[in-house]
Design a protein around this ligand. Structure first.
Ligand code: 8YV
Length: 315
């Protein structure tokens, strides 16, 4: 049987690469030095694209593949896929929700703890010999019992909340509407009002054109000099210029970021700031979760090519 031709937009763990190659004729876009030449040569035969959340697929790529039927995203976020182009050409899209929810929530809470309790500086304190030389590490910030805000109460936001309840926190959330099943949490319709009322603000919002810079200068100012911002969603949800200015001036207490504009070549200004924790977009990056994500990417491809319903369709 002829293997369907698919295009791979970025690398995957070796076990996923091997499994994909078993079932498909895989064309590796990300390795091509000349993308236009690659598309001209391979585009006509491509029936599916396997991509990653942050890589997506642009209209130009989609339209270079006239036989394209499906885009299978390794990631829950599909903001980098041009959905309008997919609609225009009747292309289906799938993602990998649920399997990564708890890992991303774990990292979000770990990042808050690391910043508030000064874990990175404390580690340096021990390794540098400062502790042995007799200095006590400066006192840090309490986490339990504080007020937390969740911007975007989807699967990941709810998983963060479950963890925060274990820390005895008072939780408020902002979403497009009050959510059923969000008992015990306060609904705040306006992100600025949410930021004003909390100590820690978690951004767990699915990114789209509508949410771009939803955390802007006003939200950051409302969170204030004692506030901590944690972003595990997408860089585009935060106005990075406003964030950098507030971190620099002390207008915002601190930030913990797993996502940025222009990943992985992030704004170098971040590197000179001490009040920000920088993480390499690895919320879902555990072996178990990445294996489950790869399996779901393949299960969606297999469902499509055997005429079965897609498991986790976006479109
Ligand atoms: C992944 C993600 O880092 O799920 C998402 O939307 O951004 C992440 O889980 C990414 O898709 C893997 O490259």
């Amino acid at each position: 049987m002829v293997k369907p031709m698919i295009m791979q937009m970025g690398s995957y763990p070796v076990w996923d690469e091997a499994a994909l190659n078993d079932s498909y004729d895989v064309r590796r876009y990300f390795e091509a030095p000349d993308k236009a030449a690659f598309l001209a040569q391979n585009g006509a035969g491509i029936r599916a694209i396997a991509t990653r959340g942050e890589l997506g697929a642009s209209r130009a790529v989609i339209e270079a593949c006239p036989q394209l039927e499906l885009i299978s995203v390794f990631g829950v976020g599909y903001d980098a896929v041009d959905l309008a182009a997919c609609r225009d050409h009747g292309i289906r899209v799938t993602n990998t929700p649920d399997v990564l929810t708890d890992d991303v929530a774990d990292l979000a809470v770990a990042m808050l703890l690391a910043v508030a309790r000064g874990l990175i500086g404390a580690e340096d304190w021990v390794r540098s010999g400062d502790w042995a030389r007799g200095g006590d590490y400066p006192l840090q910030r309490r986490v339990w019992g504080q007020r937390a805000g969740i911007l975007g109460l989807g699967r990941i936001g709810q998983a963060v909340v479950r963890r925060l309840h274990g820390f005895g926190m008072e939780v408020s959330y902002c979403a497009t509407a009050a959510k059923a099943g969000a008992e015990g949490m306060r609904f705040v319709a306006d992100p600025v009002a949410l930021a004003r009322d909390v100590d820690f603000l978690f951004v767990t919002l699915a990114a789209s054109d509508k949410t771009r810079h939803i955390v802007g200068q006003e939200v950051i100012a409302a969170l204030g000099p004692e506030g901590i911002l944690i972003n595990v969603s997408r860089g585009s949800n935060v106005d990075e210029g406003a964030l950098l200015a507030a971190l620099e001036s002390g207008g915002l207490g601190a930030a913990a970021l797993d996502v940025f504009d222009n990943e992985p070549a992030i704004d170098p200004q971040f590197l000179s700031l001490r009040n920000v924790l920088l993480q390499p977009h690895h919320g879902s990056a555990t072996v178990a979760t990445r294996k489950a994500m790869g399996q779901l990417v393949r299960d969606n491809l297999a469902a499509h090519f055997t005429g079965k319903p897609l498991l986790t369709p976006v479109l």
